[in-house]
Design a protein around this ligand. Structure first.
Ligand code: ASP
Ligand code: MG
Length: 469
């Protein structure tokens, strides 16, 4: 019995021509595999619009969030108009879309009516979850219209998560039971479930989201629990790249990665994968392919349990942001680490790791990775929150905080290749480096640098990759 799980991101489902391609791919793979399950994101840009709506609701700007609901309605209706759907599919879909948008408006009204000055992630999750519920219904209708048995499934009925709203984690044990109850009977009846990515619910039934880009994570959890043979992520690039192609034009596709390499790539800034999605795959040795929806014949990138090459190589370089904390004296790091951890959790609903901690007789230095999934303003928000918190204890916390750049070289077994590490450092000879760390899985070397030199460092390390063949 062969099972394939496929995930389609927002760009793949964002317009009618792209949806035609999604349909073609699903139809073809449904022929090749015994069972196919599909996980989808909201249409391109929709999650951002919903987050804006929740923010507008917070300041009780009713016109603002109503306008967003109206835009969402016309965007989804326009896509539907372009699809070859018959009258009855169209009528049901229109009713579903209106129903979901009215639920969204109810949640906004609730936020507007509450006295909270801050928007709680609990409230914004309920609004944001509507995006995936809309797109999943459109795709299921399109499949049915083309003779495939299919039904939309809400992740809230399947993924049971903790209550870290905005960045929740599925409980694999509880979710497995739901997979047995909801998903497996559908697969047995040859129905292709179109599951909403990114969203889940607590055991009490409150809607949660898994962090930005969380559709990947949904797909990996479901793939693992279904003991699927493969998981394919369809994106708009040819695979995982040696660097972000928007930053470096000569970035190229990486044919194969180990799980540890892929996990470090995602954790240290490659936005193409959700950072926590690799663990469930690695545990079950479930191979992951990343493929270009516009060029399905290309092999893309394969992430698997295959052994890395004997001779370590640097395969990719990424950059992300971090925070550094510095004080002009040696002192205990435990207190400040706790304070930073708690503030991060309160401000952004997530934990972060101390990447580098160093001390000398006349100074202490700490460096933290800021998870990419918090979005662009997350670093600022955290920096402000930390400064405010530390100002409460001026004597105990004389730390200077600075946003910094983290540039990471990815390659398995880097700890066995000092000559490779030397090459990377040599390439950065004239740049100031605050600190460096080997990743716990020995698949990455991260350098902490001033923000303004991180791009230069990224470029130079990428040159090494290009030169090496
Ligand atoms: N729609 C969500 C987001 O924009 C989840 C995803 O696309 O994976 O972050
Ligand atoms: Mg993504």
């Amino acid at each position: 019995m062969s099972t394939l799980v496929m995930k389609f991101g927002g760009a793949s489902v964002g317009a009618a021509p792209a949806l035609a391609q999604v349909l073609k791919i699903i139809a073809r793979e449904a022929d090749q595999w015994d069972k196919v399950l599909v996980v989808v994101s909201a249409l391109d840009g929709v999650t951002d619009m919903l987050l804006d709506a929740a923010q507008l609701a917070r300041i009780a700007n009713q016109r603002g969030y109503r306008r967003i609901a109206a835009n969402l309605r016309s965007r989804h209706f326009a896509i539907m108009e372009e699809l070859p759907l018959d009258r009855s599919e169209r009528d049901t879909l229109e009713a579903d879309i209106d129903q979901l948008l009215s639920e969204m408006l109810d949640h906004c009204l609730q936020i507007a009516g509450s006295l909270n000055v801050e928007l709680s992630p609990l409230n914004s999750d309920a609004v944001v979850a509507v995006g995936e519920r809309l797109s999943a219904r459109i795709i299921a209708a399109l499949l049915r219209q083309n003779g495939l048995r299919s039904a939309a499934v809400d992740g809230t009925d399947v993924l049971v998560t903790d209550d870290v709203f905005g960045n929740a984690n599925p409980d694999l044990h509880l979710t497995a039971r739901r997979v047995d109850q909801v998903i497996k009977p559908m697969l047995q009846r040859d129905i292709i479930p179109i599951v909403t990515g990114f969203i889940g619910a607590t055991a009490q039934g409150e809607t949660t989201t898994l962090g930005r880009g969380g559709t990947d994570y949904t797909a990996s959890v479901l793939g693992a629990l279904l003991e699927a043979d493969e998981l394919w992520l369809w994106t708009d690039v040819d695979g995982m790249m040696s660097a972000d192609p928007r930053e470096l034009a000569n970035a190229r596709v990486i044919p194969t990665l180990t799980y540890a390499e892929a996990a470090d790539l995602a954790y240290f800034g490659a936005r193409i994968l959700h950072a926590r999605m690799i663990a469930p795959l690695a545990q079950r040795a479930l191979p992951l392919r990343i493929k270009n929806i516009a060029a399905p014949e290309k092999t893309g990138t394969l992430v698997s349990g295959a052994a890395p090459p004997d001779k370590p190589i640097i395969k990719a370089v990424t950059s992300t942001q971090g925070l550094s904390l510095r004080r002009p004296a040696s002192g205990s790091l435990a207190g400040v680490t706790r304070l930073v951890g708690n503030t991060l959790f309160k401000t952004l609903g997530m934990r972060s790791e101390v990447l580098i901690a160093s001390q000398s007789s006349n100074g202490s230095f700490l460096c933290l990775v800021i998870p990419t999934s918090i979005g662009i303003d997350g670093v600022d928000r955290l920096e402000q929150a930390l400064k405010a918190k530390m100002a409460e204890y001026p004597e105990k916390m004389p730390w200077a905080i600075e946003a910094i750049g983290l540039v990471t070289a990815i390659g398995a077994d880097l700890h066995c290749a000092p000559q490779l590490l030397a090459q990377a450092l040599e390439a950065l000879a004239d740049l100031e480096i605050y600190g460096l760390a080997l990743g716990a899985s020995n698949s990455s070397l991260t350098l902490a640098l001033p923000l303004q030199s991180s791009r230069e460092a990224l470029q130079r390390i990428h040159e090494l990759i290009v030169k090496s063949g």
